[in-house]
Design a protein around this ligand. Structure first.
Ligand code: NI
Length: 253
């Protein structure tokens, strides 16, 4: 009996380990039963040249709201991208690890939220290096994308940034409006296939808008993805700015 349970348990454990290695949201289970057929296969990667993909992004964390936002995203199995501030990492180690464990993408947003256009080359390099370092220490993963604070960049900043710059095409105006219903309305009005949505998790209203926003976007036929999924079939280049995915599907949308 014990032997049989052990034999039956092994594939589930292996699958859990593989899922974790692949960065999936699936958590290891204590359930010794073999998983149902559907659960044994990891979901097929989304093809954003066909699907109406959209990337939700949350800036300026981790902070007091992040854990609450993560629970909502987890409940809805909704992937997102977090552009993290280096100076907030020390107080948010556990939260950052949860972001990672739930399968979201972590990008860098500078250390002190300074306009990069006003920094010297040396200061800019320092901001990038320190931020990447603390994020990597906390999560074990080096960020692959960077969002300049305030979206402020110029040719010099781009040339000095050894990462792709990820901007947005859908501003949610969440910091100005502070109204969940308005946020959903604003994003839905601007969203196109391939869009990147800018939000700020320190706004309470943005966290309250998360569930209705996810439901509304899905109802409108969108597939939520991380930024890296949005550009999975493209080589994202260092120093190049990306505001949305643009291809045949996006143009038709
Ligand atoms: Ni910011």
């Amino acid at each position: 009996m014990t032997d049989r349970i052990a034999r039956r348990t092994r594939p589930a454990v292996l699958l859990a380990a593989l899922s974790l290695a692949a960065g999936c949201a699936a958590a290891p289970t204590e359930d010794p039963e073999p998983t149902a057929r559907g659960e044994e296969q990891s979901p097929a990667p989304v093809d954003c040249s066909v699907a109406r993909c959209i990337a939700l992004t949350y800036d300026d964390g981790p902070g007091a709201n992040t854990d609450r936002l993560l629970r909502i995203l987890d409940e809805h199995q909704a992937p997102a991208t977090f552009f993290v501030l280096g100076h907030k990492v020390a107080a948010g180690h556990d939260t950052l690890r949860t972001i990672r464990e739930q399968g979201h993408q972590i990008g860098a947003h500078g250390f002190s939220h300074t306009r990069f256009t006003e920094l010297s080359d040396a200061q800019l390099a320092e901001e990038l290096a320190r931020t990447n370092e603390v994020i990597e220490q906390a999560t074990g993963v080096k960020p692959q994308i960077f969002r300049p604070p305030y979206g402020a960049y110029d040719e010099r900043v781009a040339a000095r940034t050894p990462m792709p710059l990820v901007l947005w095409d859908v501003g949610s105006n969440d910091t100005r409006d502070q109204d969940p219903q308005k946020l959903v309305k604003t994003v839905l009005a601007k969203a196109r296939p391939g869009s990147i949505v800018l939000m700020h998790e320190h706004n309470d209203s943005t966290v309250r808008a998360a569930a209705p926003l996810i439901r509304s976007l899905r109802k409108a036929g969108f597939t939520l993805v991380r930024v890296e999924d949005l550009f999975a079939d493209t080589e994202m280049r260092d120093g190049q700015a990306y505001t949305r995915r643009e291809d045949g599907s996006a143009r038709r949308g």
